[in-house]
Design a protein around this ligand. Structure first.
Ligand SMILES: C[S@@+](CC[C@H](N)C(=O)[O-])C[C@H]1O[C@@H](n2cnc3c(N)ncnc32)[C@H](O)[C@@H]1O
Length: 289
């Protein structure tokens, strides 16, 4: 039934169909009270596609030849990509001062370091991690790779470009800006090439282990502020996938409002001086540092 705006209203049944479809694809749970948000965010898609109601849109997503591309656009419209450099400083301090020295000791023989930013959005987190690794001075001459992955191709394109404005830099100290960025405009900077050379980005749906990242044996995984959009089974799927990609003894860093209580017993909690982090147990269950 059209609103007085002339736009079609989403029925309860259409909401249920679309919500379940989105959930099945990427694990994002659109809450029951978010029908109007979903309706508002998808209206522009109906207009672009020339569709008159949400049932037609649902059929388009299921059966049209362009359905894959459209599903990505719909997910795009329904997700948030909020992020910035040096987000959650206490955790980053723990990573720099306690996790990285442990990884240096562990990998001293191979001189190889692999870190994954899962749900990296526009790349700030992956680049921040690379900057911290560089800052530590511990890994010069090592084979270092930082992998950023996300379900949104739009944010990955921004990440690959590596250019940012003031909002992305709101928590970045001036000395870090001077050290790790080139100025490309009055208020725009670009991540310097020595940092970029360690970082790659790839498309990946964390709910679908078949997609994306082929690299495994991660020494540390940042998966911050991604699982907050999932329900328990979807979180558990992601955690199993991450677990499989990690080395025994590797570290998992979640967002500050996230934890593994009632989600996974596979990881052990490690109390560091600055923060709590998780770790995939060593083979045999040892608790070596
Ligand atoms: C709020 S951002 C978090 C960015 C960064 N990790 C941080 O904490 O600053 C959440 C990101 O998760 C991504 N995302 C949501 N569902 C996903 C899925 N199923 N697979 C991969 N990425 C997903 C979104 O596209 C978005 O860029």
């Amino acid at each position: 039934m059209p609103f007085d705006t002339g736009k079609p209203e989403m029925s309860a049944e259409e909401f249920r169909l679309l919500r379940d479809f989105v959930y099945g694809h990427c694990g994002i749970l659109v809450r029951d009270d978010m029908k109007f948000v979903m309706q508002r965010r998808l209206w522009p898609r109906l207009e672009v596609l020339g569709l008159t109601d949400f049932s037609s849109y649902y059929r388009y997503l299921r059966f049209d030849a362009q359905r894959r591309a459209e599903l990505e656009t719909a997910i795009e419209a329904l997700t948030t990509h909020e992020t910035y450099f040096f987000r959650e400083p206490r955790q980053l301090k723990a990573f720099s001062e306690e996790v990285l020295p442990r990884l240096e000791r562990r990998n001293a023989r191979t001189k190889r370091l692999r870190i994954w930013s899962a749900g990296c959005s526009s790349g700030e987190e992956a680049y921040t991690v690379a900057m911290l690794v560089k800052d530590s001075g511990r890994f010069d001459g090592w084979d270092v790779e930082v992998h950023g992955t996300d379900i949104s191709r739009r944010v990955l394109a921004v990440a690959r470009q590596g250019e940012y404005g003031p909002s992305a830099l709101r928590a970045t100290a001036p000395d870090k800006i001077a050290r790790y960025f080139d100025h490309v405009g009055p208020t725009r900077v670009r991540v310097r090439d020595d940092i970029r050379s360690w970082v790659t980005f790839a498309h990946q749906n964390l709910q679908d282990p078949e997609t994306g990242l082929l690299v495994s044996r991660m020494d540390a995984v940042f998966c911050r502020n991604v699982m907050i959009y999932f329900d328990t089974p979807a979180r558990q799927r992601v955690l199993r996938h991450i677990y499989d990609k990690m080395v025994p003894g590797g570290y998992l860093l979640l967002g500050h409002s996230e934890n593994l209580i009632n989600l996974s017993a596979d990881f052990e909690l490690v109390h560091l001086r600055s923060d709590l982090v998780y770790r995939k147990p060593e083979l045999g269950g040892g608790l070596a540092p």
